[in-house]
Design a protein around this ligand. Structure first.
Ligand SMILES: *[C@@H]1O[C@H](CO)[C@@H](O)[C@H](O)[C@H]1NC(C)=O
Ligand SMILES: *[C@@H]1O[C@H](CO)[C@@H](O)[C@H](O)[C@H]1NC(C)=O
Length: 930
């Protein structure tokens, strides 16, 4: 939605220029631990495994690790740590390291894993010369060098795929009592980062003071990826998909922040933080997931990049040309690192999502077109927008209401004048199969008489400040407090607000938008909550004082996830878990995908912001968040016709497709442009609806297989080096290649068509013209053109009768587009269900394979006991790339056989089979005769 405008309007009026106020946000130098850790460059790691303590049991190797003072002959143990190395299913390893006996428990991230990861077997293979070798059940091994501590992860061939602590930057700063030194034996020597700088017990940024009651407690780790050409991931940033070397500037920052008018090509933190990184090269893919919810900075060094001095490259990599190193630095927590050994891109993406969970099948309407604005001002406005879509023959599934629908920014209420009869408004929408989404933010207005505020105050449900009183910040409602969702009682209370009786006017067709959940606090440090605020921690015996609560610093990046989990729970429970919730969130953390879709926040109506939607969503998709989109048209400023057109065309091929705009911008519903532009916007939206069943099938397959819906080209073509840095085009599933036009005034764009080696053929979806893959080509693009290509060898379902909403198209017939490969074969899938309930878990769905080969097309329902009696039927089959026309065709379904009509369009080798009429509720075969 929006950020600080409220305060900045006045300034903007004077200073015309747009752009982020960098002064509001820390650089690494201004962040105590980042500054401290970035300077930490020991020649040799001080950490060493005590080999006498090694135990291998089940899937876990455990051992004591010590930091050792090496400055003298006798080795003096400085500090003790507990190490666990676990082998997990699917070729994943996990390294955990905590203090053996910390002064207080250190925070462990709670919600990002989708349950406890499943263990694999782990065997100790050898223990010689200070090196331990263990092997998992899949044939990967780990070589642990005891001193200095180093982990080498070997692939099945025995090649080193990932190295941890190669650069000696493993670090766990021990918790100390103020005034005491953090060494057990401090006769001689001291920890490398022992020197207490000014920032150890308090820090100040601008006018904000952070009391740091536990002192320094940072953790860090370094990872090397031998043979890697590039690394990817760690969203959310506005940078390229392939990450850049950071030694010349700021590290990438992961800290959920509400950044007003964020800038492009930046490593600054924005709303989301997913500390997962993937490496890729022609030899393999690998990856790591740094499981930590505190503020985190990440340095990257790519030795193949021109900017890295070559002498350094040789020194560090021993002459290896290809290698990327990374380093994660977090303000608090423990060392908890998952290592993915791939070895293909699809494997590492799956390995990550196996840990954090897939996005469940979304309700179908949520994949259709959404219309939003800050704000549709009243019911009459909503009605006129709703009718406008009908008048102008543009499909629409959802209308959105931003914060102004509430009674004075009090969530779970309606403005009594402007939204006096929400039930009627919703009923009018649902009559056309449409839905309503309303916003619910985490800040609670501190107003006497507001039930949420009264309940929270009375019961102690708010997050506390450093002194233990209710924390008070400033947000949309003015003085606000924030529910402490970390407390299960509060979370339950919050979920219950979504019950129909607690939020009158809502029904199963009203869904939710959770914004500002970084959390955004207008008057807080970096526009968020102070790090020394206090969150709930389950009471445990003897835990008092600092051990009785978590600080916001520990949990910050996870706050928004706890919030949306409550929304998800509430949306389920209000209708007895019968309907699938739809939630949109701005804050992002690992695991977010289990509850919500994500949009990229407050972007701008500028070409660069349109272009960056692709790398941003690619990066989120690789990090588990497939349901991603950007505000179509741009949130700030006004998109002129060409930009608006290109943005609709791009949005129609991105997972979450919603137009949204800022309250001070000119209205821009599609019909407010010139008729020619309106026609183009209509066409873009209609193209989305024609492919809705394709999208729905992709999301179904994501929920069963865990692969990204939106994919980088190298996921499908991992050996093709040119694809490694392409992030202006992408694949939907494996088979639809999209290269949105994101440049103004062009009549042609460069498109890379991968798969030359495998003789891949691509078909322009507008003309069915076959284009053999040959790398880059020029595509002519008039203003109506969206460069989209279907991969030869695939079959894609369409619905050509576009109606007012997706619900009204449920029973409509299908067209199947068969694009033949060099072997004249093709394969596709189709998923069908009721679109909104969980009955599919009860076999009430159809999942079908569609295969073409040997002059035969089969539609085969693969789920046993499929109990979904769809009324949809087969209206048309289009076969592209056929060359020789068959003389006849017949349909066989059950014991019935029907002769079919064929038309060959010679110029482009396309065969059309008209009205086969088969029902999609049962398998069928079409046989072609020559
Ligand atoms: C609902 O639709 C009816 C009939 O078109 C109209 O009279 C009424 O004003 C609408 N109600 C709302 C709240 O928009
Ligand atoms: C279609 O199904 C039949 C019967 O199961 C099978 O013999 C044939 O190979 C299938 N053809 C294709 C193209 O899958």
């Amino acid at each position: 939605m929006k950020t600080l405008t409220f305060f900045l309007v006045a300034f903007l009026a004077i200073s015309v220029s747009f752009g982020v106020d960098r002064n509001n946000f820390k650089t690494c130098d201004q962040s105590g631990f980042c500054n401290r850790l970035r300077k930490f460059k020991p020649e040799k790691s001080q950490y060493a495994v005590n080999l006498d303590t090694v135990i291998v049991h089940g899937s876990v190797l455990s051992a004591e690790v010590n930091t050792v003072d090496t400055s003298t002959e006798k080795k003096i143990i400085l500090w003790r740590y507990a190490l666990r190395l676990s082998a997990l299913k699917d070729g994943t390893f996990r390294i955990e390291m905590d203090e053996a006996d910390p002064l207080y428990p250190r925070y462990r991230t709670q919600l990002s894993l989708n349950g406890e990861p499943k263990g694999d077997s782990l065997k100790l293979v050898s223990n010689i010369n200070g090196q331990l070798t263990v092997k998992n059940g899949q044939g990967h091994s780990v070589v642990i060098t005891a001193e200095p501590l180093k982990f080498e992860f070997l692939d099945k061939k025995g090649d080193v795929a990932v190295v941890v602590n190669e650069n000696s930057q493993l670090l766990v700063e021990p918790l100390k009592e103020k005034g005491k030194k953090a060494v057990e034996n401090d006769d001689e020597g001291s920890l490398a980062v022992e020197a207490e700088d000014e920032s150890a017990w308090s820090e100040t940024f601008k006018s904000h003071h952070d009391s740091k009651p536990r002192g320094n407690e940072a953790v860090s780790i370094d990872i090397s990826f031998p043979d890697a050409d590039h690394v990817y991931g760690i969203p959310e940033h506005t940078d390229n998909f392939a990450l850049k070397t950071t030694t010349d500037g700021e590290p990438y920052r992961l800290f959920n922040l509400d950044v007003f008018e964020y800038e492009l090509n930046s490593r600054m933190a924005i709303y989301g933080a997913i500390p997962v990184m993937y490496s890729h090269g022609t030899k393999r893919s690998a990856g790591v997931f740094w499981h930590n919810s505190a503020e985190t900075w990440v340095d990257v060094v790519n030795y193949a990049e021109g900017t890295v001095v070559s002498s350094l490259v040789n020194l560090v990599t021993g002459g290896q040309k290809r290698r990327v190193d990374a380093r994660f630095m977090s303000e608090s927590g423990v060392v908890d690192l998952f290592v993915f050994l791939g070895d293909k891109p699809a494997d590492v993406f799956r390995q990550y999502i196996t840990l954090t969970g897939v996005a469940p099948l979304p309700p179908k309407f949520s994949l259709a077109y959404h219309q939003s604005r800050w704000n549709y001002v009243d019911q009459a406005d909503v009605r006129s927008v709703d009718e406008g879509f009908d008048t102008h023959d543009i499909p629409l599934d959802v209308i959105w209401l931003d914060i102004e629908y509430t009674d004075g920014k009090k969530y779970f209420t309606w403005d009594p004048i402007k939204f006096a009869t929400p039930q009627d408004m919703v009923a009018n929408l649902t009559a056309k199969g449409r839905k309503l989404v309303v916003i619910i933010d985490p800040h609670i207005k501190r107003e006497a008489g507001y039930f949420v505020h009264e309940d929270a105050t009375e019961n102690g449900y708010y997050v506390k400040n450093k002194d233990g009183n209710d924390y008070e910040g400033w947000c949309w409602p003015g003085a606000s407090s924030y529910l402490d969702y970390f407390n299960p009682v509060v979370s339950k209370y919050y979920s219950e607000r979504y019950r129909f009786e607690n939020f009158p006017g809502t029904s199963k067709d009203v869904h939710f938008w959770n914004d500002m959940n970084e959390p955004s606090v207008f008057n807080g440090p970096e526009i968020t909550m102070p790090k020394d605020c206090r969150h709930y921690k389950p009471p445990q015996d003897g835990h008092e004082g600092l051990a009785s609560y978590w600080e916001h610093r520990h949990v910050h990046n996870e706050y928004g996830l706890f919030f949306i989990r409550g929304t998800h729970e509430g949306s389920l429970q209000r209708a007895d878990s019968k309907y699938r919730p739809f939630i949109l969130t701005r804050a992002v953390f690992p695991g977010t995908q289990r509850y919500a879709a994500v949009w990229t926040g407050d972007n701008m109506a500028e070409w660069g912001h349109l272009a960056v939607t692709v790398p941003m969503c690619l990066s989120l998709a690789a990090a588990g968040v497939s349901f991603c989109g950007a505000d179509v048209g741009g949130f700030f400023k006004y998109p002129e016709a060409e930009l608006m057109t290109r943005w609709y065309q791009a949005g129609a091929f991105q997972p979450f497709f919603r137009a949204h705009s800022h309250i001070e911008t000119k209205r821009r519903e599609p019909w407010l442009y010139e008729p020619a532009t309106t026609a183009l916007l209509r066409e873009a939206v209609r193209r989305r609806y024609a492919l809705l069943d394709f999208w729905y099938t992709l999301f179904y397959e994501h929920s069963t297989k865990g692969l990204p819906v939106m994919r980088p080209l190298f996921q499908e073509f991992p050996d093709e080096e040119e694809t490694f840095t392409i992030d202006d085009e992408y694949l939907l599933g494996a088979n639809l290649l999209v290269r949105p036009v994101t440049e103004p005034g062009v009549n042609s764009v460069k498109v890379y068509l991968p798969g030359k080696e495998s003789k891949t053929i691509w078909y322009d979806v507008d003309s069915y013209k076959a284009i053999p893959a040959a790398g880059y080509m020029h595509q002519e693009v008039n203003i109506g053109k969206i460069p989209v290509y279907q991969r030869g060898g695939s079959i894609i379902p369409r619905k050509e009768r576009v109606r007012r909403s997706s619900a009204l198209m449920a029973d409509d017939p299908y067209t199947l587009v068969v694009a033949l490969d060099v072997n004249k074969a093709a394969h596709g899938t189709l998923y069908i269900d009721d679109g909104e309930t969980y009955e599919y878990r009860d076999s009430k769905y159809i999942y079908a394979n569609i295969d073409y080969k040997n002059n035969e097309l089969n539609y085969t329902i693969v789920n046993k006991n499929a109990k979904y009696p769809t009324r949809s039927w087969l209206e048309r089959v289009v076969i592209a790339g056929i060359r020789n026309s068959p003389k006849s065709a017949k349909l066989t379904q059950g014991d019935k056989t029907t002769a079919l009509q064929l038309t060959l369009h010679k110029g482009n080798d396309v065969l059309v089979v008209r009205k086969p009429g088969a029902t999609m509720a049962a398998s069928w075969t079409i046989t072609f005769g020559y």
